[in-house]
Design a protein around this ligand. Structure first.
Ligand code: F6P
Length: 368
């Protein structure tokens, strides 16, 4: 799909799809791409439903006009069908075990749809697929998305701020009920391999203990912190734990093992911690798992603005022929960076970083 003379003559067509799980702000990106492409460049935008799955099926694409994106900036989820993790290079058919390579069908569909450039909104997995398509000559621009904020090459992903807002609300609410009943409240939040949501919501909500995947914890230290409060007459406390947190020498809790089609489903970190703490005398414990509440619903104003800036920057990158890139926040600026910089490495919390130092300075127990 490299630029041909005929593509230069006719109206440029941008295809857009979202890959992976949903994320608050997806619709804000779609809206920004459609409006900027049409208003600034007079390009056509083709929305592809159901991620890469939609390029392997018929009838899953439609031209998006300004009317199609009216009023969607505040809406969670995606207007482009169902978000999923389908990978055309390792596609697992329903009921099948072995993945098959269907990328040639995707190339054929892109060409049949006369799509000149593909804008993909996604996380690490989606950027990897985009990188493989790029290596085959497809013009691609990536937009980083994940509530976990664990994508390399960008300082921030949209959706993270909303997830932290929801998790912080939960921490605030748990404080008052914990205090009213002299209980320890454990809140499990999302974060497979990176503890950004737990760390930020825990600091913002004034949690007493924060446990993240990057710092395997010693349950005895958690007990010590909560027991010290108990002895001061504070028989209550709030613990925030990331779903991917693990005890020292242990592994994350898994409820469903991964396979060729998807990664392992995590769950049970808070329940396991409750077991570990139950032995501690005098502590009455309750477990709360926040789950997909963090991913659903309306994005915060911050995420709407960030998503909008990413969408406009993606169109600008196409106009400037900076394809093979992902738009990224670097400091206060959005810039295109090589797509492959975002692939294969996760942005994790630095145990020696400033946020961790701040948490320790406040006396928050991190379990190590
Ligand atoms: O990657 C984002 C994320 O929200 C993770 O934090 C979580 O483990 C995962 O998605 C949940 O995925 P699913 O919705 O497929 O269960």
């Amino acid at each position: 799909m490299s630029q041909t003379r005929s593509a230069a003559r006719r109206t440029r067509r941008i295809g857009i799809l979202t890959g992976g799980g949903d994320c608050p702000g997806l619709n804000a990106v779609l809206r920004a791409v459609v409006l900027a492409a049409r208003r600034r460049q007079r390009w056509e935008v083709v929305g592809i439903e159901d991620g890469f799955e939609g390029l392997l099926a018929r009838g899953k694409t439609r031209v998006l006009d300004a009317e199609d994106v009216r009023g969607i900036i505040a809406r969670g989820g995606t207007i482009l069908g169902a978000s999923n993790r389908a990978n055309p290079f390792a596609y697992v058919r329903r009921g099948a075990r072995r993945p098959v390579d269907r990328h040639r069908e995707v190339l054929a569909r892109l060409s049949a749809l006369r799509i000149d450039t593909l804008v993909v909104i996604g996380g690490d997995g989606t950027m990897r697929i985009a990188g493989e398509l790029m290596a085959l000559g497809v013009e691609v621009v990536g937009v980083p998305k994940t509530i976990d904020n664990d994508l390399m090459a960008t300082d921030l992903t949209f959706g993270f701020n909303t997830a932290v807002q929801v998790a912080t609300d939960a921490v605030d609410r748990l404080h008052t009920t914990a205090e009213s009943h002299d209980r320890v409240m454990i809140l499990e939040v999302m974060g497979r391999n990176a503890g950004w949501i737990a760390l930020h919501a825990g600091i913002a909500g004034g949690a007493h203990v924060i446990l993240i995947p990057e710092i395997p914890y010693d349950p005895a230290l958690v007990v010590r912190r909560l027991s010290a409060r108990y002895r001061q007459g504070l028989a209550w406390g709030v613990v925030v734990i990331a779903e991917g947190a693990m005890v020292q020498g242990g592994a994350p809790s898994i409820v469903e093992p991964g396979n060729a089609a998807r990664t392992a489903r995590l769950g049970g970190a808070a329940a396991r911690l409750e077991e570990e703490l139950r032995k501690a005398a005098g502590l009455e414990i309750r477990v709360n798992v926040l789950g997909h509440v963090q991913r659903g619903g309306t994005p915060t104003p911050f995420d709407r603005v960030l998503a909008t800036r990413f969408g406009v920057a993606a169109v600008d990158a196409v106009a400037a022929r900076r394809t093979g890139t992902m738009v990224a926040l670097r400091g206060t600026q959005i810039v295109p960076v090589p797509l492959m910089d975002a692939v294969g490495r996760e942005r994790k919390v630095d145990p020696r970083g400033e946020e961790i130092a701040a948490a320790l300075a406040l006396g928050i127990e991190l379990g190590t």
